[in-house]
Ligand binder design. Sequence first.
Ligand SMILES: Cc1ncc(COP(=O)(O)O)c(C=O)c1O
Length: 380
Amino acid sequence: MDLEVEMGGNESSRMTTASDKKRDAKASQYMHWAKTRSHARFNLATSGLANLKLQELQLSLADLEITGDSGYGYQPLIGLLADRFRVDPTCVVTAAGTTFANHLALAALINPGDEILLESPAYEPLLALAQYLGANVKRFQRRFEDDWCVSAAEIERNLSPRTRLIVITNFHNPSGVLTDEQTMMEVGELAAKRNARVLVDEVYLEMLFADTPQTAFHLGEQFVVTSSLTKAFGLSGLRCGWILAEPGLAKSMWLLNDLFAATPVHAGERLSVVALKQLTAIGERAQSRLDKHREMLNQFLDSRDDLETVRPAQGSIMFPRVKAESSEGLCNLLREKYETSVVPGRFFEQPPHFRIGMGGETESFTEGLNRLGRALDELK
Ligand SMILES: Cc1ncc(COP(=O)(O)O)c(C=O)c1O
């Protein structure tokens, strides 16, 4: 489906930044681009691990069923998630991917007109969602010059007595930068003083590949976190997402879900249980691929004086800057001549940057990097 007309013109006329006030709040420009324009023979645009195949899971038909008792959560799935994050099962809400987890969480946390403080650069669907829900969205900056770090002081400067919610991704999409626990605690204290909450999208934090993953949820009741098996494990197709929130809030999300989705796809819940039990092995394979690809990407970046990049030591994405006002020329050349895709920085309100993902198959990633180098050479 091509939504171009509905979304307002051709590619170049849509070169607005994600914060453009006139943007259509009932759509995500990035998600539409990702579904219709990001595909290429050598895909460096995808931010997660390449999709796992069903045959890579150990599975028998007896593990599956079409219908089950999952009105307010399928208890075996809730139980596994609760154990994984060392939380009470009443704090867990399951949802279709981090996308829907974010939707449920935000819809429960804010009312139209509420002021929220969202990081910039941001994952555009989060911004679009907040705008769609009628939030009065203020921004705080994460700066390239400061290694894209979250600064509690910067957040404090932008808080107002009306701020209801602070929104952060960890690791940060697009830069891949990790926010440490100390900083997150400082942000939590700022929020608590104003009776505000902190929503942390932790979908990339799973890429620390710990058996007992770190989560901001344990830092205080003001924290609500969302995540899924999508990015770290190549399991986007499962749509196994979740929210961790204090029980009262979690309950309000379940009740909201009665309006949105009623009940989940039960076969998906069953498959999620199967996958969660095999997560350590899946994660080990993913981690070794990412470690190898990060080394390759670092070597590539060492060889380029035309790119400046904050280089996180973990995760699957980096966000290089070209020495031009915009990366569009590079992204177009790369796609049209070199059959390779990266994500243009305009989707993250940073036109001179582009996002590169390293979770693909090694052969394709290697050739994609090679072609990126050739496209950059051609532009010199
Ligand atoms: C920060 C962030 N949150 C959520 C998502 C979507 O996650 P899911 O596929 O689990 O819905 C993405 C995907 O790019 C993302 O980058």
